[in-house]
Design a protein around this ligand. Structure first.
Ligand code: GRF
Length: 227
């Protein structure tokens, strides 16, 4: 059973899709705690679902190290092995990240290494790219830079605005993050401080629940093995 903490800062839709996938597809995983660095809609949703929640705000601590230590303590208190960042809007220090090396994962709305950081959709439009998408990756001390776990892509269309593109990328996010959790729970995916290894990627998708499989078959990009 995979025990995961989900860290959020906003509306929490990826957290909800993870929660729904666990339930709908009987994934052997449990969200042990939802942690946010601010009061936000996602925390209300998490409470409604009955998940333990913690709002741990930087303003209540003297230093960033103390704030992060409180977050780490909440993760340990709730016996979470994995940490899924799902719209957590703060940069985590190397010290924090390193204590979860190989167990902390992020979802980022671009095809990394393109468009690290914020405003990815507008930047994709400004750059006139023809393809955009989402990446799930291991988190390392460098921003949006760890080994890729999976990506999914879509074509940018001429009429796209940042908002329309964000909405379509979000649909990819809502399928790919649960798929990664599925892979982890089924031991088709192994993560370690050294990197990412999918055993037989095509089988991993073939094993996935049908709706996930149908959706991702057209857009999933496998990473090159890194461990
Ligand atoms: C998503 O676009 C995610 O990729 C990014 O922040 C957004 C969070 O959305 N890191 P939500 O809070 O999960 O709805």
């Amino acid at each position: 059973m995979i025990h995961l903490a989900v860290l959020i800062s906003g509306r929490g839709s990826n957290m909800i899709y993870l929660a729904d996938a666990i339930k709908d597809y009987n994934i052997a995983a449990k969200i042990t705690v939802v942690i946010s660095n601010r009061c936000c809609a996602g925390i209300t949703l998490a409470k409604d679902r009955g998940f333990p929640t913690r709002v741990i705000e930087p303003k209540d601590f003297d230093t960033r190290a103390e704030h992060e230590a409180a977050i780490a303590a909440a993760i340990y208190d709730h016996r979470s092995k994995y940490v899924f960042l799902a719209g957590y809007m703060a940069i985590l220090s190397g010290d924090f990240v390193n204590q979860f090396a190989g167990r902390i994962i992020n979802i980022h709305p671009s095809l990394l290494p393109a468009f690290k950081g914020l405003n990815t959709h507008q930047r994709a439009i400004d750059k006139n790219v023809s393809t955009h998408g989402v990446s799930v990756h291991l988190v390392t001390a460098k921003l949006d830079d760890g080994p890729l776990i999976a990506q999914a892509s879509l074509p940018v269309i001429a009429s796209d605005t940042a908002d329309s593109l964000a909405a379509r990328v979000l649909e990819l996010e809502h399928q790919i993050y649960p798929f990664v959790l599925f892979g982890l729970a089924k031991k088709l995916l192994s993560l370690s401080p050294k990197g990412v290894l999918w055993s037989a990627p095509s089988n991993a998708l073939a094993d996935a629940p049908a709706p996930m499989q149908d959706f991702l078959a057209q857009c999933l990009i496998w990473p090159s093995p890194t461990s």
